[in-house]
Design a protein around this ligand. Structure first.
Ligand code: DOR
Ligand code: ZN
Length: 363
């Protein structure tokens, strides 16, 4: 029998960019309508490096959550070579932060303050291991000699294996994996290693970005790879294996910043992520594993209880429509286009347009 309705524990997003100010007010409602919790990326300008920064950012997020939405931001600190282990420990013990984020310097948007020399962060990593604080990793080398499509696989060999050797008790989330090598490393790794997978990397390969013209709205980092890698990601996400869970990496940038000679990396997937995921899991004959990927596996790794509340997804005859572009006080923002109609509707009042502060402009 064809499944046309699904009830899941409310999902969490284990990797989300909310930005700040006007952009945050525009994008946050799309996440808070659907997700109960999200790991909030710290790559603001300037980055969220100290406990006080995280507290202030958390309070700005809490103040921007629309009335009626039940959403908990799980804060992270941006790991630098001068991060203070005592500050980290105090922030974790106070319940203020859930993880630290390692950006190799220069790997992506606002990563200039990231890490150049792993040796310098070992004392902090050792303290994190002792306290059980997870490390979220942007796993790409920045060596200009390394082809951009190989940067994840080379990171595993050159950096990740070294970190795991030196601090084996550290719990690591290899974020937004995009390759067969990433899947295999995590699948075969010990219990301290897990991975997030984005919605978009389950849907597009690199052709989406490059065939028929350069399509900046399909450019993100890590960049989408060949088809064989997308298929490996689909196998991992739909496997039910506890080590793989959803981190959307929804990363909004204004159209003016993306449609440019040097366009920013990132896709804004928050408005239609759940519909896209249901579509993918249905295609893979794995609708019964969507809850593991989106709602159960993440809390296991983060040592949190899964959400008690539920959401319903309903497959309808009519497509789930979200605006192609969303207005912010600073300009327009393009929503991820999966390239096919979506029929799964999150059964939440006004999901396609959840924010009072949001002006939608269909173009
Ligand atoms: O595509 C991306 N966008 N990848 C990242 O790692 C950062 C993110 C952003 O902040 O825009
Ligand atoms: Zn990200």
């Amino acid at each position: 029998m064809k499944i046309t309705e699904l009830t899941l524990r409310r999902p969490d997003d284990w990797h989300l960019h909310l930005r700040d100010g006007a952009m945050m007010r525009a994008v946050l409602p799309y996440s808070s309508a659907n997700f109960a919790r999200a790991i909030i990326m710290p790559n603001l300008v300037p980055p969220v490096v100290r406990a006080d920064d995280a507290r202030a950012y958390r309070d700005r997020i809490l103040a921007a959550i629309p009335a009626g939405h039940d959403f908990t931001p799980l804060m992270t600190l941006y790991l630098t070579e001068t991060t203070n282990a005592d500050d980290v420990a105090a922030a974790y013990e106070a319940g203020l932060i859930s993880a630290l984020k390692l950006y190799p310097a220069g790997a992506t948007t606002n990563s200039e303050s990231g890490v150049r020399n792993i040796e310098r962060i070992l004392p902090v990593l050792e303290r994190m291991a002792l306290l059980g604080i997870p490390l979220c990793v942007h796993g790409e080398v920045t060596d200009p000699e390394i082809d951009i499509f190989d940067r994840e696989a080379v990171f595993i060999e050159r950096v990740l294996r070294r970190i795991v050797d030196r601090v084996p008790e550290l719990r690591i989330i290899m974020e937004h994996i995009t390759t067969e090598e990433g899947v295999q490393y995590v699948w075969e790794g010990g219990p301290n290693i897990a991975a997030t997978i984005t919605t978009h990397h389950l849907i597009i390969n690199r052709n989406a970005m490059l065939v028929g013209g350069i399509r900046p709205h399909y450019y993100c980092l890590p960049v989408a790879k060949r088809e064989q890698h997308r298929l490996a990601l689909r196998r991992a996400a739909t496997s039910g294996n506890e080590k793989f869970f959803l981190g959307t990496d929804s990363a909004p940038h204004l159209d003016a910043r993306k449609e440019s000679a040097c366009g920013c990396a990132g896709m804004f997937t928050a408005p239609n992520t759940l519909s896209c995921l249901a579509h993918v899991f249905e295609e893979e004959g794995a609708l019964d594993r969507l809850e593991a990927f989106a709602s159960l596996n993440g809390p296991v790794f983060y040592r949190l209880a899964p959400n008690e509340t539920r959401i319903r997804l309903v497959k309808r005859q009519t497509p789930f429509e979200v605006s192609a572009k969303i207005g912010t006080d600073e300009g327009l923002l393009t929503v991820f286009d999966p390239g096919f109609p979506l029929y799964w509707h999150p059964d939440i009042a006004d999901t396609a347009n959840p924010g009072d502060a949001v002006t939608n402009t269909r173009t």
